[in-house]
Each structure stands twice: as C-alpha cells, then as structure tokens.
Write a protein that binds this ligand. Structure first.
Ligand code: SAM
Ligand code: SF4
Ligand code: FES
Length: 351
C-alpha cells in the first residue's frame, strides 16, 4: 500500500490529505529508501546533480518578536545582540562574491533599527556592485508598501517560513500578537509583488501532529512557492521550549523527499539545522532531494550570537572554510556545488 502511494506521488505529483497522512504515519525505512530514490530521480530530471549555494548574512540578532521557539526572541535576556552596518554587510558580500557566491541572503531578527530607507540603500548598493548576483531577503513580516519598496530597490527573493499552516498550532508557537492570518497575508503579498517566494516550517516543533504536517504540505502544494525551507526544530536553552525534544533527522528527510515530489522544480535547502542534529545531515538531505546549501558569510566574530537554537554548527569557521567543507560534503552526496544564481524554474508573478 505504501509503495503504491509513493508510486502515485511520483506519477501525479500529488496525494490526497488522507493518503499523505497514511504515508507519513505508517512510514518504514523501506518506504524511505524508495521515496528518497524517487525524489532524487525527480530532482535530477529538473536540475541534474547541481546544488546551488547561497551566502547567508545574519545581519542582526535584535528582534522585537517573541516566538517561543527562537533564541533571538525579545524576552531572552541572555541573548547577545549585535547589528551589522551597511558597510559590514557589503564586506560580507565582497568576500562572498570572491568565493563565487551569486546569491546573498540577508537574514535577521525583526529589528526596527533597519528602516526601509536603510534596507533600500543596502539592496541598491549590493545590486550595483554585483549586478549578476541575486538578493534574497529574510526579514520577517512587513507591510505591503515595505515589501514593494524593497523589491523595487532590487531584491529578487524573499524567504518567510509560514512555520505551521494550522492556526491553533501557530498560536501555541507564537505570542498572541502574531497570527497565521498575517503570516499568510504577507506570503500572498510577496508573491503578488513578484518576489521569488519561499515558505516552510520546522519539523518536530512542539505540539506538531501528523495533521499539522498534512496541512503544511497541502499549503505548500497549493501556494506553489519557488523555495521551501524545512529543518528540524532544535530547542534553545533560554526559551520556553528548552525541555522540548528536537525534530528528527528521519522525519525531516522523509518530508524533504515528499516536498520534492509534490513540487519537482522547487529550490529546497539542506539546512544548517539538519547538519546540527546529525553530522552528515546535510549530505543526507541532498540524497533525499534537496538542492540548495546556505553557508554562512557573516563575520566569525558575530556568528555565535545569532543563536536560534543550541549547538549550531559553523560558528567558528571562516566563510572560505565552510565553502570547502560543503563542497566536499555535496560531492560525497553525489552532487556538484555550482556558483551561479540558480533561479527557480517555477513561474513568478509579474515577470
Ligand atoms: N525573523 C525572521 C523570521 O522569523 O522569518 C527571519 C529569521 S528567523 C531566525 C528564521 C527561521 O529560523 C524561522 O523561520 C524559524 O523557522 C527558524 N528557527 C527559529 N528558531 C528555531 C529553532 N529553535 N529550531 C529550528 N529553527 C528555528
Ligand atoms: Fe524574531 Fe524570527 Fe526569531 Fe521569531 S523566529 S523571534 S521573528 S528572529
Ligand atoms: Fe561550516 Fe563544514 S560547512 S564547517
């Protein structure tokens, strides 16, 4: 029965909600072997064995929000806070560009210090200096006008994980001032403006059920994002979820393969969180159908301070070291790390 579901998913790119739930709840190692082989094949048909690299610049550890799972939450008084100046961000890009990066991802807490004007200035400066590079933003929730201004300044892509598509579950992960409705509105606006848009969720977050995951997968299939970011939830010692269990490698890999089959053309990262819960997590992610890696370009001096969860890897290594390490890892997984922009093959609004 499971084998038939996997075959149906491969042939049609879809399953009903009941079938998805069954596939997930009854999964065995044997199922995963077939599913991941199938997902890898599908990924190969679309992208060959290419794995795209994105340079991550974690520009601020200040955050006005209080998501219960995140070490950067405003209530965490033990968090060490820092901000990178426009010049420091440009230096990261310069270093990254020399190493071959053609996508820069600006990610940070929701930090009001960075006005729209300042972000526009930073984005325009990057695009002017490196016209063949893409700029991806991961700045959290903003207004329609702000998203639009940043897009007009030259930003190409936006990552905003929906975190969970179940509003009750959303309420258990976030303080009451944050809502799934607003998160979803933001995602729709980003798409409408013309960004290559990414959603996603944490695997094994507290209170997540198989029904929540089915809702996440259904949302992903319907929304047709260009990118999907999933990684295991990992507890942080200074958050209310410090005693909660981390998500597993096994379920994350299983879901990566399902997402590859639901959206064959999607850009799907093998995340740092996956590499944190298992030493070969990122390699296994690639084997399961992922085709993006996001090494860190942030200055080594601030890396430990961008502490979303405990024991995050790559906090002591220079960008060049991580890149070489990842090149070896991608190769070991049968992939080839490529330097170019790696735009999505999924149609984008307005373009
Ligand atoms: N502030 C922006 C936002 O929330 O969209 C961007 C930065 S936020 C740190 C990026 C992602 O980190 C979140 O979307 C969340 O899924 C992930 N994250 C936060 N805490 C985590 C944890 N404890 N374990 C795994 N992932 C986590
Ligand atoms: Fe802030 Fe993003 Fe962390 Fe939430 S997940 S506390 S918005 S950095
Ligand atoms: Fe950073 Fe291996 S990727 S040290």
């Amino acid at each position: 029965m499971q084998k038939e579901l996997i075959e149906k998913l491969f042939l049609t790119g879809n399953l009903t909600d009941e079938e998805l739930k069954q596939l997930i709840e009854n999964r065995t190692d044997e199922d995963f072997a077939l599913l991941s082989k199938t997902a890898r094949q599908r990924c190969g048909e679309e992208y060959g064995n290419k794995v795209y690299m994105r340079g991550l610049i974690e520009f601020s550890s200040y955050c006005k929000n209080d998501c219960l799972y995140c070490g950067l939450r405003r209530s965490n008084k033990n968090a060490e806070r820092y901000r990178l100046s426009a010049e420091e961000i440009m230096n990261c890009c310069e270093n990254g560009y020399k190493l071959g990066f053609r996508t820069f991802v600006l990610q940070g807490g929701e930090d009001n210090y960075y006005s729209d004007d300042l972000f526009c200035e930073i984005i325009s400066a990057i695009k002017e200096k490196f016209p063949d590079a893409a700029v991806t933003l991961s700045l959290g929730e903003r207004s329609y006008d702000s998203f639009k201004r940043l897009f007009e300044a030259g930003a190409d892509r936006y990552l905003l994980r929906h975190e969970t598509a179940d509003s009750e579950h959303y309420g258990k992960l976030h303080p009451k001032e944050l809502s799934l409705e607003n998160r979803m509105n933001c995602l729709n606006q980003l798409k409408e403006i013309g960004y290559q848009t990414g959603c996603g969720f944490m695997v094994g977050s507290p209170f997540q059920t198989a029904d929540c995951i089915v809702k996440d997968l259904r949302f992903i299939k319907d929304f047709q994002p260009q990118m999907v970011g999933i990684g295991p939830f990992i507890p942080h010692k200074d958050t209310p979820f410090k005693e909660e269990k981390a998500g597993t490698l096994e379920l994350t890999l299983f879901l990566l393969s399902i997402i590859r089959l639901l959206l064959p053309k999607v850009l799907l990262p093998s995340t740092t969180a996956l590499g944190t819960i298992n030493p070969t997590g990122r390699e296994q992610g690639i084997k399961a159908g992922a085709n993006v890696v996001m090494p860190n370009l942030s200055p080594v001096g601030v890396r430990k301070k961008y502490s979303l969860y405990d024991n995050k890897i790559c906090t002591g290594e220079e960008a060049a070291e991580c890149l070489e390490c990842l090149r070896r890892r991608v190769k070991a997984a049968g992939g080839e790390l490529v330097a170019h922009r790696g735009d999505s093959k999924i149609a984008i609004n307005n373009k």
